[in-house]
Design a protein around this ligand. Structure first.
Ligand code: ZN
Length: 172
């Protein structure tokens, strides 16, 4: 991994919270970055990775949810329909999964690594991964979807085991 020189940033790193910049001119460095991101994604057994996750504030994402690799520049969602929820994880939020409600089918416009405009209609899991990665470009993370009351529980550090103990010893 050291020859790649990029590492996955985790929750708390401000680069994950910024808004990524659109790529105005696609350079060789962008193509090279997309290849490195794909390699990091595969090495980490992820199904998607956005540039801010490796510390680069530009609109680049890679996705492979089992149907081939997408390397996309300036992706944006132009229409969506339906809803679905998946239990999502994130390489930048290790050890946490969050059930996130998203659109079931989306139409995405993007550029490929050579600047060719693409229109992609995706659905189900793949649509979920696209929305997750495009969220990263807006500085949004899965923890932002945790309901407010659960966040309070997390803050008070009430662990499931301590709650269980209390429930097993109810007051008469
Ligand atoms: Zn993520």
């Amino acid at each position: 991994m050291s020859e790649i020189g990029l590492k996955i940033r985790v929750l708390g790193d401000p680069v994950l919270r910024g808004k990524a910049k659109k790529v105005k001119e696609i350079l060789e460095s962008h193509r090279s970055l997309l290849s490195k991101m794909a390699r990091i994604m595969y090495d980490s057994e992820g199904i998607g990775l956005a540039a801010p996750q490796v510390g680069v504030e530009e609109c680049l994402i890679v996705i492979d949810a089992g149907n081939g690799l997408y390397k996309l520049i300036n992706p944006r969602i132009v229409s969506c329909e339906g809803t679905q929820s998946f239990e999502e994880g994130c390489l930048s939020v290790p050890g946490v999964t969050v059930k996130v409600k998203r659109s079931k089918r989306i139409l995405v416009e993007a550029l490929d690594e050579n600047g060719k405009p693409l229109k992609l209609e995706v659905q189900n899991l793949l649509a979920c991964v696209f929305q997750h990665e495009i969220d990263h470009l807006e500085g949004k993370l899965i923890v932002d979807y945790i309901p407010f009351f659960k966040k309070i529980l997390l803050k008070k550090k009430i662990t499931p085991s301590s709650r269980k103990t209390r429930m097993e010893n109810p007051k008469e």
